[in-house]
Design a protein around this ligand. Structure first.
Ligand code: ZN
Length: 402
């Protein structure tokens, strides 16, 4: 046991060593954050800054060591206060990793997961293939694309084969570090595939198309090398890697300044659909779908597009409220339903907007799992409750979809 712990310690030190030159802090700034100030904030936001939460009075954002001084004077100049929420984000996350990794070896149990640890990409792919083999009557697997590092992007289709079924598209793991989004979708797959014909009718009379890891390169890299990694892993010119898949869709693409910087965590790519992951999703999306649910972590929210016509807006409000209420019932957490802008997210080039405005998939939403600080930072014992919340949200959506 001691030997094993030593091994884990050295292994983790190896992971930390690769990234420790980049000290990262989580800052909160508060005050009158009007549009002018906000634009200036984005303009000066350099490669490292990564916004976790934003509203009219508050921005929580990551800041690298070397940028602290400049940022502090910028905020003072504009009359904004700031506090340091987490002084050493990587340290905090590594602490969580040390707690998680010993149980990581127990991420798989028999032919399923333990739901107390995060599985590796290999374990997930193995599981998806085994599910398709074990339940061929209603579960099929296909490869919808290959990443820059030649990893397959898998999709499961779960259906009773009835041609009258409504179709629902679900994805997760768009952002590498959002591990909880991935395990929640896997939990939903597990909960419906094993006893499919005993499920309620609103489940069995849908065609489910589920992509648990849309960004396999990013997930793998976050799990093995840099916990904070968000984008894919395509090598760009210079020192930068990766495109934010959820800024690479062709609706209001590239309209926000900081997304055009290649080193930015929100880099939108050189053109829309430049990436294998967004191309793969585009290849699947068509008129057969009534619903598109993109699972992200974390924010304890259900989000809908901004700018829908009056009738659709009413439907969006109703549906997202139903989903949020179903998620609340599991653990009592206050899941909110909001449009994307009210929650302070930059909305440009997002999959959800493209699905709704371009592909005309009426019910296109984002489900954000529970989490802390607007980030996927939850201890192992909360994995299962988080997954159950997403499961409840997806089930309520299917039930309410007339
Ligand atoms: Zn995300």
């Amino acid at each position: 046991m001691i030997l094993l712990n030593c091994f884990l310690f050295l292994f983790l030190k190896g992971i930390v060593a690769e990234t420790e030159h980049k000290g990262v802090h989580l800052w909160r700034t508060q005050g009158d954050i009007n549009d002018t100030v906000l634009n200036k904030f984005y303009e000066r936001a350099s490669s490292g800054e990564d916004i976790w939460i934003r509203n009219n009075e508050t921005i929580d954002f990551l800041l690298y060591n070397e940028e602290q001084q400049k940022m502090a004077s910028f905020l003072r100049e504009h009359g904004l206060n700031y506090t340091v929420l987490i002084d050493d984000v990587r340290g905090k996350l590594d602490e969580a990793l040390v707690k998680t990794f010993p149980t990581k070896r127990n991420a798989v149990s028999g032919d399923s997961f333990t739901w107390t640890a995060y599985p590796s990409l290999h374990e997930i792919n193995d599981y998806l293939n085994k599910m398709a083999l074990a339940y061929p009557t209603h579960c099929k697997i296909s490869t919808i694309g290959k990443t820059a590092h030649s990893k397959p992007i898998y999709m499961l289709k779960i259906t009773n084969g009835d041609a009258n079924n409504k179709a629902i598209l679900v994805d997760s793991g768009t952002h590498g570090r959002e591990w909880t989004s991935v395990i929640s979708t896997l939990y939903f797959i597990d909960s419906i595939v094993r006893k499919f014909y005993q499920q309620p009718k609103y489940i069995t009379t849908k065609d489910w198309y589920i992509i648990p890891v849309l960004n396999p390169d990013g997930y793998d890299y976050s799990l093995t090398t840099d916990r904070l990694w968000r984008k894919n892993r395509r090598k760009l010119s210079g020192m930068c890697y990766g495109i934010d898949i959820n800024r690479n869709f062709d609706y209001n693409w590239g309209k926000e300044g900081s997304t055009q910087k290649p080193c930015s965590n929100n880099y939108c790519g050189p053109v829309p659909f430049s990436e294998e992951e967004s191309k793969a999703l585009k290849g699947v999306a068509d008129k057969r779908f009534t619903g598109y649910l993109s699972v992200h972590s974390a924010g304890t929210k259900v989000l809908y597009p901004l700018g829908a016509n009056h009738d659709d807006h009413r439907r969006h409000l109703y549906m997202t409220k139903e989903i949020a209420l179903a998620m609340r019932k599991i653990g009592g957490l206050q899941f909110l339903n909001r449009d994307i802008e009210k929650m302070g997210k930059i909305k440009y080039g997002m999959a959800m907007d493209w699905m709704y405005f371009v592909k005309e998939i009426l019910h296109s939403y984002i489900l954000e799992t529970r989490g802390q600080y607007g980030f996927d930072y939850i201890p192992p014992e909360q994995i299962l409750p988080a997954a159950k919340e997403v499961d409840a949200g997806l089930r309520r959506f299917a039930e309410a979809l007339k």
